[in-house]
Design a protein around this ligand. Structure first.
Ligand code: TYD
Ligand code: MG
Length: 443
């Protein structure tokens, strides 16, 4: 059996035993079990032959023939399909649809004549079959291996040589040499390292499924982020219909892309016309504004809903769903200071329709307008909902955001002409004046 050591991830101190506190640097919880590197000490340093550096222009790079998964949104997030020999980590909370997405992707690849393998460490073959039956005949063609022993999985990949292999999940596999429990940092790192070597040697693309902790970080897999080629994050609330898939890291494409899915009886369905749905569902009630947001390189119209209600609570509630809480605090402060709208004795709720999350400052203006409309009980919509985008600065000025033309074009498709910085709108106050009926404007 291979010897292992416990190495501190902060100071690299090595110890034969596990300690809660590193004897080297005194940090807590930093010791991670690792296989001991074969001893090199003692042997005289051999004279290595010097390598020959090559100009990058002369390096021959094979064209990357990507494998389409048949799921357009997934391919887009990956940068155009799965790259052979790449290692992709797909993270998300339990029940979000990671197994569903990967099983469907393998089914499509198998139907397209690719060899695939689904390794399930969490579910029995019967459970996986039940899911596949809902996904359709293609998914039933996927060969499955229910196994948690890393060595057995590696041997199977060597023997089967699949083009694409899914490991569901990386936290359930264990490497025999290490004493740590499956899912521990040492185990996850060892498992992913071994799979990466196979992926690169055999040209097998490996999709690692990873669970996310309550705090939202990829549990264990955080340590994998530098190792893998792509990190995809599957987000959304289990109870809601819409889920988004985002690239947090991508060596073969942009990290700005996001895909929108909907969970149905027959699996995850791509939502290509998300804007159309959100605009159709948008209410014309006070507190509602359509935000012209950017999801990566794609514009997305999504409804911002707000509720402002009097409260005795000190401090009052500030509940934000789908937008950053700190950003909301900033918008409330600017509304109070520069637009004469103080909500200090009101509870404030902000939410994006459909469980969508938007992480860009371009959402500020839409949120501010929705809040003003909710506070005054005045609807901003005439026949069509009001659309807006733009960042709000600390001095109450409106700031330009990226891709204004694409946002406007998307809004125009649905007959909306968004309020945005520029064209006589320089401050939040001016935007409120333009949007709210004169009688309801703040003093
Ligand atoms: P799953 O893919 O198993 O999630 P994960 O692997 O991320 O834990 O399934 C997610 C949820 O989706 C599960 O609660 C059942 C539901 N579901 C459907 O609504 N329709 C379907 O066709 C499938 C396969 C699952
Ligand atoms: Mg699963």
């Amino acid at each position: 059996m291979a010897r292992t050591v416990f190495a501190c991830s902060a100071c690299a101190h090595e110890s034969a035993k596990w300690h809660g506190r590193c004897p080297g640097c005194g940090e807590w919880n930093t010791l991670v079990e690792e296989r001991q590197a074969p001893a090199r000490g003692g042997a005289p340093r051999r004279a290595a032959k010097a390598g020959r550096p090559v100009a990058l222009a002369e390096v021959e790079a094979p064209a990357l023939a990507r494998l389409g998964t048949g799921i357009g949104e997934l391919d887009r997030v990956l940068g155009g399909g799965v790259v052979p020999g790449s290692l992709v980590l797909i993270g998300g909370s339990p029940g979000i649809g990671k197994s569903t997405l990967t099983a469907a992707a393998l089914g499509n690849l198998a139907a397209a004549g690719r060899s695939v393998l689904y390794v399930s460490g969490e579910e029995s073959p019967a459970q996986v079959k039940l899911r596949a039956e809902r996904l359709g005949p293609a998914a039933l063609r996927v060969p499955i291996l229910a196994e948690t022993d890393l060595e057995a999985v590696l041997a199977t990949i060597e023997a089967e040589r699949p083009d694409v292999c899914v490991i569901d999940s990386v936290q359930t596999l264990y490497a025999g040499g290490l004493s740590g429990a499956p899912g521990s940092v040492g185990q996850v790192r060892e498992v992913a390292g071994a799979l990466m070597r196979v992926a690169k040697e055999r040209g097998t693309a490996v999709l690692l499924v990873g669970h996310v902790t309550k705090e939202g970080a990829l549990a264990g897999p955080r340590v994998l982020e530098h190792l893998v080629d792509c990190v995809l994050q599957f987000e959304g609330e289990r109870e809601r219909t819409y889920r988004t898939l985002r690239a947090l890291k991508n060596r073969f494409g942009s990290t700005n892309e996001a895909g929108v899915f909907e969970m149905r009886d027959s699996g995850l369905v791509e939502v290509e016309d998300a804007s159309a749905r959100f605009v159709a569902e948008a209410t014309l009630a006070p507190g509602s504004v359509v935000l012209a947001a950017m999801e990566g390189s794609r514009p997305l119209l999504v409804e911002v809903q707000t509720l402002v209600a009097p409260t005795e609570l000190v401090p009052p509630r500030r509940i934000a769903n789908g937008v950053d809480r700190n950003r909301l605090a900033l918008i409330l402060a600017v509304l109070a200071r520069h637009a004469g709208l103080s909500l200090s004795s009101s509870d404030v709720f902000v939410s994006l329709a459909g469980g969508v999350r938007v992480d860009e400052p371009g959402a500020d203006l839409a949120i501010a307008l929705a809040l003003a409309s909710a506070a005054r009980g005045a609807t901003l919509a005439a026949e069509r909902p009001l659309a807006a985008f733009g960042e709000i600065g600390l001095t109450g000025e409106l700031r330009h955001v990226a891709h204004p033309d694409r946002r406007v074009a998307e809004a125009r498709k649905f007959g909306l002409s968004p309020l945005a910085p520029g064209d006589g709108l320089g401050t939040l106050k001016e935007a409120l004046t333009a949007a709210l009926p004169a009688a309801l404007q703040a003093a």
